[in-house]
Design a protein around this ligand. Structure first.
Ligand SMILES: *Cc1c(COP(=O)(O)O)cnc(C)c1O
Length: 351
């Protein structure tokens, strides 16, 4: 890929000279009727005055300087990668996909239905009971999930001070726990790169709010002892947090909820379309088991009582909002389109 990028740069170098010629400039008289003080205005503004083909060539040239899916794959980092199909971009570019978020519930039933169905899709994929779509990235999803876990413990009058994280974990896990006000307990990996179950038993106790785990972990190994790990954490009264960055590996084949996880985030820009390279935006929905659903961010979407439509509602002990409106909406539209197109079998094939 690095090789491709170098080639690409060489090939595009010769189209990089500026196309807008100096001689095409035009002076516009701008100062005359300005209400601004004289020392803040100027009399002349020199603007380029290129011809129409020159403008078309200028912007085409700029577009060719971008890395694009038609020029090669989007490379990025430690998380698992997936194919970024173009049809999801078409769906998100449909003007009907982007309604103003301040419009009434009655006039945005389609949008609410899509939100509801995506919540349900993600809950099904993760083996969770309820999902919020609001967090705008995986890291934001982590913080949301850990704040939900914290609200759960506090609500039960059982405040805890520590979050346990394996040394192999992504840096955002440590940052999340610290930002949520927890002390981080770092768990050394075993010789084989997986969680050392004995070390975990020693680290977990009455102060453990949660264990954060990626599975397969960041070195690509499946944590085979996951049900034993879950029992150890649950027996101590802690919760199990699933970092969903590597969920691709499990799609349609295994579910974090079935492994014993209580709360998780989905990096939909890693698992369900939306290119991840290039700086986003992404989205980091969070799924939880029933016991945690009443703490999710507000608003959630549900079928209304007559079941002939959809409505927003506020979970009873919500932690509040973590993002404006419905989160990074068009990223969520792409995730919905991707899951709907692939279906159960397609998702398992993608894994
Ligand atoms: C990418 C990643 C994150 C953070 O997700 P963002 O969506 O980039 O904020 C967290 N954990 C792991 C293991 C990751 O690979």
């Amino acid at each position: 890929m690095i090789h491709d990028q170098a080639n690409y740069e060489r090939e595009t170098e010769d189209v990089r000279e500026p196309l807008l010629s100096e001689k095409g400039e035009e002076s516009v008289d701008v100062g005359a009727d300005s209400p601004l003080p004289d020392d803040l205005t100027r009399d002349e503004l020199t603007l380029p005055a290129p011809s129409e083909p020159e403008i078309a060539r200028h912007y085409t040239r700029l577009s060719q300087m971008n890395w694009a899916i038609d020029a090669g794959p989007y490379p990025l980092g430690s998380c698992t990668m997936k194919y970024n199909p173009k049809f999801t971009e078409d769906v998100a570019a449909d003007p009907n996909a982007a309604v103003h978020p301040d419009r009434s519930e009655r006039s945005t039933q389609g949008t609410l239905e899509l939100r509801y169905r995506l919540q349900e899709f993600l809950a099904e994929v993760g083996g969770m009971d309820a999902v919020t779509l609001q967090p705008p990235a995986g890291a934001a999803g982590e913080l949301t999930g850990i704040l939900v876990a914290k609200a759960y413990h506090e609500h039960r009058g059982n405040d805890r001070s520590e979050v346990v994280i394996p040394a192999s974990a992504h840096g955002t896990n440590f940052a999340t726990a610290a930002t949520a006000g927890y002390d981080v307990v770092e768990l050394p990996s075993g010789d084989d790169g997986r969680v050392d179950v004995e070390a975990l038993e020693a680290a977990v106790g009455d102060d453990t709010a949660a264990l954060m785990l990626t599975n397969p972990n960041t070195v690509g190994l499946f944590e085979r002892d996951i049900t034993e790990i879950a029992d150890i954490v649950h027996d101590a009264g802690g919760l199990l947090y699933y970092d969903g960055a590597n969920l691709n590996a499990l799609l349609g084949r295994g579910r974090p909820g079935d492994m014993g996880f209580d709360v998780m985030h989905y990096n939909v820009h890693k698992t369900f379309a939306t290119p991840h390279g290039g700086g986003g935006p992404g989205a980091g929905p969070v799924g939880v088991v029933d016991e945690l659903a009443e703490f999710l961010p507000t608003p959630q979407v549900r079928e209304n009582e007559t079941a002939s439509g959809y409505e927003r509602f506020e979970p009873e002990h919500t932690i509040g909002k973590v993002h404006g409106f419905a989160g990074n909406w068009l990223v969520l539209v792409k995730a919905y389109a991707y899951i709907a197109r692939l279906g159960d079998e397609g998702l398992a094939d993608a894994a």
